[in-house]
Design a protein around this ligand. Structure first.
Ligand SMILES: NC(=O)c1ccc[n+]([C@@H]2O[C@H](COP(=O)([O-])OP(=O)(O)OC[C@H]3O[C@@H](n4cnc5c(N)ncnc54)[C@H](O)[C@@H]3O)[C@@H](O)[C@H]2O)c1
Length: 318
């Protein structure tokens, strides 16, 4: 192995093996966990293992693992016949089922009974409150948010948040576990709608989509501006580092002129409503803010992943 497996000998489970689940499972396996994968859809867990095997090539390209490591890592992934057998004897369970409160509560109620008392039960919810999910459990103190970002094998940050009943020990264990997996745990003090990453992302999207709706600039011009300016600095400086470099007095002055003019719309932006209502729901249907052929979509995903791989290599000083 390129890196010492951190979860060697330990068992983890992933419940829900779709876009997110297969990548989370790969990351847990890369950290040395034996990972049981359960999905209600017949054949989905097996398909997720094949997807994880394909994604593992990116890890070799990123220099995170060597090609020789991959069969061992993928060999740690096994399909489970039901949720109970997946959760048995686990140290940690990652839930990545559909974003539906009743479905998640049903899953957590069963996990609470099936997983060992000390197991961490972690939800990948993008928008639901951990407290609402944990309410289905007898032991809500070991339930927390661990929100991975697509694609989980190439994005280092994982957002972590407690519900009001989550213990401090649980949060420290989640932080430690994610660090052992080589991820960047971003730990919030409390739950809140959208948590941190979606709040930031949607604040920027609200402004950008509102500007498109007002006819100030096209989606192409705004993406050109983002890709050619603020997004170039963000990987290095973040937001606050950049503000410190620019000078906080300058930023305060800009806020004085600008804050009252920024978008405050309290629902979906009109440009987004228009797109969705006219069937332009994005790359999957060939039209969103841009027109897409299947080849263009595949090429965009490849270019995005290549750039994420390049950043991972840079993180490692490679
Ligand atoms: N897709 C993203 O970009 C993204 C990013 C971060 C977080 N999330 C969150 O991750 C979760 C999963 O999202 P996704 O995009 O992977 O969805 P997905 O639809 O690709 O996969 C969900 C999987 O869960 C399975 N499933 C549904 N109910 C189940 C149950 N009761 N038990 C076991 N399996 C069940 C489905 O069969 C499906 O394979 C959601 O909570 C979502 O909000 C998604």
């Amino acid at each position: 192995m390129t890196e010492r497996p951190s979860g060697a000998g330990s068992r983890a489970a992933v419940i829900g093996a779709g876009r997110m689940g297969h990548g989370i499972a790969l990351e847990a396996a890369r950290g040395g966990f034996q990972v049981a994968i359960y999905d209600t859809q017949a054949g989905r867990a097996e398909a997720a293992i094949a997807e994880a095997r394909a994604d593992a090539g990116d890890l070799v390209a990123a220099g995170v693992n060597q090609a020789d490591d991959i069969p061992t890592i993928v060999g740690r992934l096994t399909p489970a016949k039901d949720l109970e057998s997946a959760a048995a004897d686990t140290e940690v369970v990652f839930e990545a089922v559909a974003e539906d409160l009743e479905v998640k509560r049903g899953v957590f109620a069963r996990l609470d009974r099936a997983a060992p008392a000390g197991a961490l039960l972690l939800s990948n919810t993008s928008s639901l409150a951990i407290s609402d999910i944990a309410a289905a459990c007898e032991r809500p103190e070991r339930v927390a948010l661990a929100h991975w970002i697509l694609p989980p094998h190439l994005i280092p940050a994982v957002e972590v948040a407690p519900g009001p009943q989550t213990s401090a020990a649980t949060i420290e264990s989640v932080r430690d576990l994610l660090e052992r997996l080589g991820k960047w745990p971003v730990v919030l003090e409390r739950e809140m709608p959208g948590y941190l990453i979606n709040r930031l992302q949607f604040a920027l999207l609200r402004e950008a989509m509102d500007l498109v709706g007002q006819g100030v600039a096209s989606a192409e011009e705004i993406d050109l501006a983002v890709r050619g300016s603020i997004a170039r600095r963000m990987p290095v400086m973040g937001l606050f580092g950049q503000a410190d470099l620019a000078g906080l007095d300058v930023y305060r002055q800009i806020f004085r002129y600008l804050a009252a003019d920024l978008s405050t719309i309290d629902g979906p932006p009109a440009a987004l409503d228009d797109a969705v209502e006219s069937g332009r729901t994005g790359a999957a249907v060939g039209q969103g803010f841009y027109a897409w052929t299947e080849d263009q979509r595949d090429e965009a995903l490849r270019r995005r992943n290549d750039e994420l791989i390049r950043l991972l290599r840079a993180d490692r000083g490679a």
